[in-house]
Design a protein around this ligand. Structure first.
Ligand code: SF4
Length: 388
């Protein structure tokens, strides 16, 4: 029997807050109660309790672990991967509960793609994404109006998977498409077949790296700063531009610099450098290869034994590859830790709290995208999937 008195099922819309629960008196620490109590659960009992809670839920739950998730949490994941792959995998299971050990926009994506009977849970609502948060829907709508006022040209929005559901929906409604770091070039090519300009959201670096590899000169790609009038551009510059890059970035990947590439090459002659396309243009240019998380894994696992790699992406993925691929030497491009601090907020305590509450029939931290947003976001996703 649960010690939690549930005021109502904790159902959350975009940008919602912690669940409303009241703790009953005389409860045992961390047993079916509010989250704070779980901070008292002894560390050496966490693994057993998580395993037991998961086993009790059986096929009712599927746990998703993003590649950047910490080891203590990802070891309980049924699937590991990037956000799109994980969301699809979860939707193909019969699980009633999808517990997403990732960040907020990833859980939203799972909710957009879930089946009717499924419920998505994010173990800590504070696990956000700095990049996704840099494109506010109000700012994007203003940008769209201002761009449209400059001339009679068709702009196609292309939005990276790492964005809020609201931005995905805006993209769907404006005849645009979602892209991933793997297929950004294919989606941009499609966009140019359907319009004269691309508004690329919300990652400036992925947009620029992709555009440049497609042969678009840097001077034809301008940056839109949402805090400046007309994004900080003249009408003339907008008319000439082919790509308008939203001024957003990933706080983890932007930390890598060309100096890191120089140093690792100096200290490890012959090393291969692979950078995520969310890295700055200068880093992408200095690297031997550019790859999405899945692309990085593939490049390293398929390289000859003994190959030494310096990887420009989140540290948990790099360290895990280093541990698992004994035949290769894998290190981070930046020796000072590059951690996704928001994803790191999901602790084993959060996972346990979510699972034990689900076991008691209490849905905590539900992520629920409203129907209209879901409809248009799905439209934008479907346009991308049609390009496969
Ligand atoms: S690594 Fe960057 S883009 Fe990915 S979730 Fe963290 S902040 Fe967001």
């Amino acid at each position: 029997m649960s010690n939690l008195i549930s005021i109502s099922e904790s159902s959350f819309l975009v940008g919602s807050e912690q669940p409303a629960t009241v703790r009953a008196p005389e409860i045992e620490a961390g047993v079916g109660c509010d989250f704070d109590s779980y901070l008292l659960v002894p560390d050496n009992t966490l693994d057993d309790r998580i395993a037991a809670a998961k086993a009790r839920l059986g096929t009712d739950v599927v746990i998703l672990g993003h590649h950047y998730q910490r080891d203590e949490v990802i070891k309980f994941a049924d699937f590991r991967g990037d956000s799109l792959k994980l969301s699809f995998q979860a939707s193909q299971t019969d699980a009633r509960y999808i517990v997403f050990c990732g960040v907020h926009f990833m859980a939203e994506s799972a909710d957009i793609l879930r089946r009717e009977h499924q419920i998505v849970v994010l173990p800590d609502l504070n696990a956000g994404c700095s990049m996704a948060d840099m494109a506010d829907i109000g700012q994007v709508e203003t940008c769209w109006e201002e761009l449209s006022s400059v001339g009679d040209f068709k702009i196609v929005p292309v939005t990276y998977m790492n964005s809020t559901a609201a931005i995905k929906a805006f993209t769907g409604e404006q005849d645009g498409s979602i892209c991933t770091s793997t297929n950004a070039a294919a989606v941009m090519k499609w966009a140019f077949e359907n319009g004269e300009k691309v508004l690329f959201l919300p990652d400036e670096h992925l947009g620029r790296n992709t555009g440049y590899r497609m042969g678009i000169p840097l001077e034809q790609m301008i940056v839109w700063d949402p805090y400046e009038e007309m994004g900080g551009n003249t009408p003339e510059a907008i008319r000439k531009a082919r790509v308008i890059l939203w001024k957003g970035y990933c706080s983890v990947h932007q930390r890598f610099s060309p100096k890191h590439v120089e140093r690792v090459r100096r200290e490890h002659p012959g090393i291969r450098v692979i950078a995520h396309p969310e890295c700055r243009f200068e880093v992408a240019q200095a690297a031997d290869e550019i790859g999405s998380t899945e692309g990085i894994i593939k490049a390293i696992t398929s390289s000859p034994k003994g190959t030494e790699w310096a990887v420009g992406t989140e540290i948990h993925l790099v360290n895990r590859l280093g541990k698992e691929l004994k035949d290769h030497k894998v290190m981070s491009l930046d020796p000072s830790v590059c951690v996704c601090t928001t994803m790191f907020r999901i602790t084993p305590q959060h996972l346990l709290w979510a699972l034990e509450n689900l076991g008691e029939g209490h849905v905590v931290n539900r992520i629920s995208v409203d129907e209209r947003t879901r409809h248009y976001a799905r439209l934008a996703l479907d346009r991308m999937l049609a390009l496969r």
